[in-house]
Design a binder for this molecule. Structure first.
Ligand SMILES: [Zn+2]
Ligand SMILES: [Zn+2]
Length: 383
């Protein structure tokens, strides 16, 4: 391992125990292996997917450390990189400010060979399935040796190990704490807007549900030239934030039929692209009925269990509409692209991050997220 100085032996980390409680514990600082970096974490964003694990709505081994969008500084690199081995990965060095994307591509499965980092087989089977990195082992353990599973890079800690393929360098102009949200909220939005929707400048867009990811979709769509972005939500605070982040129109879906409202705003035509960011049948069906001829419904909200939605077949067929799912993005290409978008002012990090919690308050932060008290995105800072 290559490291400029002596690392501390232990660190604070937010450990989720089998009893479903998150507590800050002191555990050994992990060590990176080949093709991995050790990152001193400045901030880690809080996402609903962490909450799904915390509430046992998604199966994941425990005890574990959550947190899958981080910013920080590289403090050490694994041996293979030291020996000059070609990892085929992003080039980062000790001392670089970086952001970590939640999909950390293994770089060696057939999906990764095809550039489809978003479908990386080992990420889903080994990390999301077992809480390990790609040699089948976690880098984290308690002081007594009990293994701690890693949800992505396990970013809710003072240090985390990240495969270098999951990192992008942060330019000087971007803030090192708020930039954490580039790794999931913004990258997911970028994948949805660029890869799935294939948005072209001048498009009209609706975003149904404007929480952390939905409000990021508003920003990325505007940043990439959408002429009209209509934010749809039930929460006035979220709609106000969406306006600040670039929505040209807002629709309060409690005030009447949101489909009729979106159609009225577009002269009856509907939108070129409707994003659904909640994962509920009702909003999915609404989004499908907002589409113009040739329109695309892009689904990015993870649904509970085996939720299904009803979509009217004939308009889909006769109007050449499409329904496209989108999860994350192609980290190695898209994470640097979303960093560049933010660096040129196309993604406002300071307004997107609305709350900051110290690590000691991580349990309160998850309570607030679960209770819908956070508009935009919250980050946990390591201090
Ligand atoms: Zn996330
Ligand atoms: Zn892979």
């Amino acid at each position: 391992m290559r490291s400029p100085g002596t690392l501390p032996a232990t660190m604070r980390a937010a450990v989720l125990s089998a009893d479903g409680v998150v507590r800050v514990e002191r555990i050994p600082v992990p060590r990176p292996r080949s093709t991995e970096a050790l990152v001193r974490v400045h901030a880690c964003g809080l996402c609903h997917t962490d909450l799904h694990v915390l509430k046992n709505e998604v199966g994941f081994p425990k005890p574990c450390v959550l947190g899958h969008e981080v910013s920080g500084v590289v403090v050490a690199l694994g041996d293979a990189r030291d020996a000059g081995v070609d990892t085929g990965a992003v080039d980062v060095g000790v001392g670089d400010r970086v952001v970590g994307g939640f999909i950390m591509p293994c770089t060696d499965c057939s999906a990764c060979h095809d550039g489809r980092d978003d479908l990386c087989e080992r990420f889903f089977s080994m990390n999301r399935g077992n809480g390990t990195l790609y040699d089948g082992e976690s880098r984290l353990a308690r002081a007594d040796g009990e293994t701690l599973a890693m949800y992505s890079m396990a970013g809710l800690a003072e240090y985390c190990v990240v495969p270098v393929s999951g990192l992008a360098r942060l330019p000087d102009g971007l803030p090192v704490d708020a930039s954490a949200i580039l790794g999931c909220a913004a990258m997911t939005a970028y994948g949805a807007v660029v890869r799935a929707a294939e948005l072209s400048p001048g498009s009209t867009v609706a975003v149904v549900a404007t929480g952390g990811v939905g409000s990021s979709v508003v920003q990325v769509a505007r940043g990439l030239g959408a002429a009209r972005v209509i934010a749809v939500d039930v929460d006035a605070d979220k709609l106000a934030l969406a306006s600040m982040l670039g929505a040209t129109d807002v629709v309060d879906s409690r005030a009447g039929d949101p489909v009729a409202a979106v159609r009225a705003l577009t002269g009856g035509a509907g939108v070129d692209i409707a994003f659904e960011a909640l994962g509920r049948a009702e909003t999915f069906e609404q989004a499908s009925r907002m589409l113009a001829d040739g329109g695309r419904l892009v689904a990015i909200g993870i649904a509970a269990g085996t939720t299904t939605a009803a979509v009217e077949i004939t308009p889909l067929v006769r109007r050449s509409q499409r329904i496209i799912g989108s999860y994350g993005a192609r980290t190695r290409v898209d994470l640097p692209a979303v960093v560049a978008l933010a660096a040129r002012g196309g993604f406002d990090l300071e307004h997107a991050v609305t709350r900051r919690y110290p690590l000691e308050e991580v349990a309160t932060a998850f309570d607030d997220l679960g209770a819908g008290r956070i508009r935009g995105r919250a980050v946990v800072t390591m201090g």
